[in-house]
Write a protein that binds this ligand. Structure first.
Ligand SMILES: Cc1ncc(COP(=O)(O)O)c(C=O)c1O
Length: 378
């Protein structure tokens, strides 16, 4: 088989982490040190990460989900409270209030940025609202400045937004509110599984550090606990991996931005002729931290059939994201029905994630674009 034939037969995956010799050495060094957890790599990773996003404090945790849970607790969210959030997100942001017996109250999204619409969020606030939980979806900054005008605590879901910047130049995560990042293998940096809560508050830092570690204060002995806690720690192995990944963050973000640029060019014809919608361009000073390349198919296209047809052409794709309020658990538990959040529902029904990772080559982007053109034209 020629290499060209081999290439056309290879499936182009949706995502692929960049792991090199630096990561291997960093992890090996921890394994050889014998201190696999509660060691020096945890504060080292936290300090480097906090500096990177311009936050005062950072707490390494076992996942984005556990980070959201602890961040909401630190903001005082508890039983019977309401948390206003986006229905267009990964399910964890809506689940997090439920862990504390609080209720996620959805507000529709902005059709361009796809993050929570600040006016819809303001309209959803009641006297039970304890916090707002905006999501910087697909790495594009949510309008935190507009949400701040409501005067309520904010917890930011920044799991998809490492490297993004707000209009005033502040990095996402540097606004002072608790903000949660995720390090699952498809993210801008990965620790396999993992997360980081950043915050401007020393009290939040103290509480989250304790609650991730079974409710222990730093000066207490191993078996002394002064509050309820969890095991949401991140190991030294994971933190060493995270430190090595952070070193190459700029390079990986630049590579993702380059791939996004290739996609814009390669898909321009489908935009003009068929009404394909691409991720919004950076606007008003906001800068996206590229995470995924999600398009919205033209009206009338069968999204699920498109996924199948693309797979047959050797291209992985995924419906991304489904509307949370229409998931069976949310319909049954909270009584949601279609029609409540029309912008979210329209976008969710049409959106499709295409292969997107830093090592992607221009030829692969062209192959994806050709396959998509073929499927849309058929
Ligand atoms: C927007 C959003 N929130 C929360 C999470 C949860 O992060 P994790 O998978 O690390 O628990 C993710 C990760 O996929 C996410 O994309």
């Amino acid at each position: 088989m020629t290499s060209e034939a081999r290439q056309t037969r290879q499936i182009i995956p949706l995502a692929k982490p960049v792991i090199g010799a630096a990561e291997e050495q960093a992890v090996l060094a921890v394994l050889r040190s014998g201190q696999l957890s509660l060691g020096p790599r945890v504060p080292a990773f936290e300090a480097a990460f906090a500096e990177r996003v311009g936050a005062r404090h950072a707490c390494a945790v076992s996942s984005g989900t556990t980070g959201l849970h602890l961040a909401l607790r630190s903001a005082g969210v508890g039983r019977g409270d309401e948390v206003v959030t986006s229905p267009f997100s990964f399910v964890a942001s809506a689940n997090a209030p439920l862990f504390e017996r609080a209720r996620p109250v959805f507000a529709d999204i902005d059709p361009v940025t796809l993050s929570i619409d600040p006016d819809a969020a303001a309209a959803a606030i009641t006297d039970r609202t304890a916090a707002l939980l905006p999501v910087h979806i697909f790495g594009y900054p949510a309008d935190i400045a507009a949400l701040e005008r409501n005067g309520l605590p904010i917890v930011e879901d920044a799991c998809e937004a490492l490297g993004a910047r707000h209009a005033d130049g502040t990095p996402v995560g540097g606004s002072g509110h608790p903000a949660v990042f995720g390090f699952y293998a498809n993210k801008q940096i990965t620790t396999g599984e993992g997360g980081m809560v950043v915050t401007g508050s020393a009290e939040h830092k103290e509480r989250i550090d304790s609650e991730r570690n079974q409710g222990r204060a730093p000066d207490m002995g191993w078996l002394d606990h002064d509050r309820l806690g969890f095991n949401f720690r991140l190991s030294d192995i994971a933190c060493a991996l995270g430190l090595a990944q952070l070193e190459r963050l700029d390079e990986m973000l630049a590579a993702r931005a380059l791939v996004a640029g290739w996609y814009r060019e390669a898909l321009a014809g489908l935009v003009a002729e068929h009404g394909l919608t691409l991720p919004c361009e950076d606007g008003g000073g906001n800068v996206r931290g590229w995470f995924v390349f999600v398009v919205q198919l033209p009206a009338g296209a069968d999204r699920d059939a498109t996924v199948v047809a693309l797979r047959e052409l050797g291209v992985q794709s995924k419906p991304y994201l489904p509307a949370i309020h229409l998931m069976s658990f949310y319909r049954e538990r909270l009584g949601h029905r279609p029609g409540e959040f029309p912008v979210c529902e329209r976008v969710a029904a049409a959106s499709l994630a295409l292969p997107f990772f830093p090592q992607m080559r221009e030829g692969q982007v062209a192959r994806v674009a050709e396959a998509l053109a073929q499927v849309i034209a058929a």
